[in-house]
Design a protein. Structure first.
Ligand code: SAH
Length: 206
């Protein structure tokens, strides 16, 4: 996976490559999908949600530009795989999931696997996590109609927000940086995520 899907497509950050070499992706999918866990695609994780394609996890993680001492917020816990990768690359990770069954499952899994610097919270991640802000990095792993101001507000100066923005069915990955002089946005690759449902996202699932 790391050689053929990540390095071959231009992922360069050695720490990201090493983290994705370390995290056992097959532990984050259903047993019946275990032998396909490292395939070059997203998989269903139940509740109508997906574990993202490995390449997309790598691209998004690289855009966070983590060095190791950061406090990071993930919105959209899903399978917990992206969060596990982040927990190796940052000092503290908070991950928010709106669907309680997924959040509970991941909480148990992290405890079993010994990931102790990652905290799973059930709730609407489009509100951010004001009690823990500001963050060095925020990663949204569901598709947003626009960049929520509340999330850029919860970034430190110098912080990065990585978020897919577009329609419900196709998006572009944005890297939004907060600098002393304001907000700058760089566009990365096209992508397809499940919708971000919440106050500052899409309003419902219909
Ligand atoms: N990062 C995940 C993939 C996430 S799929 C992984 O590594 O597996 C997107 C997830 O975002 C879904 O689980 C969905 O329920 C969740 N989601 C959608 N809207 C949300 C919101 N407002 N707050 C928190 N989670 C949300």
């Amino acid at each position: 996976m790391v050689e053929h899907q990540l390095k071959a497509r231009g992922i360069k950050d050695e720490r990201v490559l090493a983290a994705m070499e370390t995290v056992q992706r097959h532990l984050f999918v259903d047993e019946r999908l275990r032998d396909r866990a490292y395939d070059d695609c997203a998989h269903s994780i139940g509740e109508g949600q997906t574990i993202s394609q490995p390449y997309m996890v790598a691209v998004m993680t690289e855009l966070l530009e983590l060095k190791g001492d950061e406090k990071v917020l993930e919105i959209g816990t899903g399978s917990g795989y992206q969060g596990a990768v982040l927990s190796i690359l940052a000092s503290e990770v908070f991950t928010v999931e709106r669907l309680r069954p997924l959040a509970l499952k991941v909480q148990v899994l992290y405890r079993e696997l010994g990931y102790s610097n990652i905290h799973v919270i059930t709730g609407d991640g489009t509100l951010g996590l004001p009690g823990q802000a500001p963050f060095d990095g925020i990663i949204v792993t569901a598709a947003a109609p626009r960049v929520p101001d509340v999330l850029t507000d919860q970034l430190k100066t110098g912080g990065r927000l990585v978020i897919p923005v577009g329609s419900r069915y196709s998006q572009v990955l944005y890297q939004v940086k907060k600098t002393a002089s304001g907000i700058s946005t760089a566009l990365s690759t096209g992508c397809v995520f499940v919708p971000l449902i919440g106050k500052n996202g899409w309003q419902d699932n219909s």
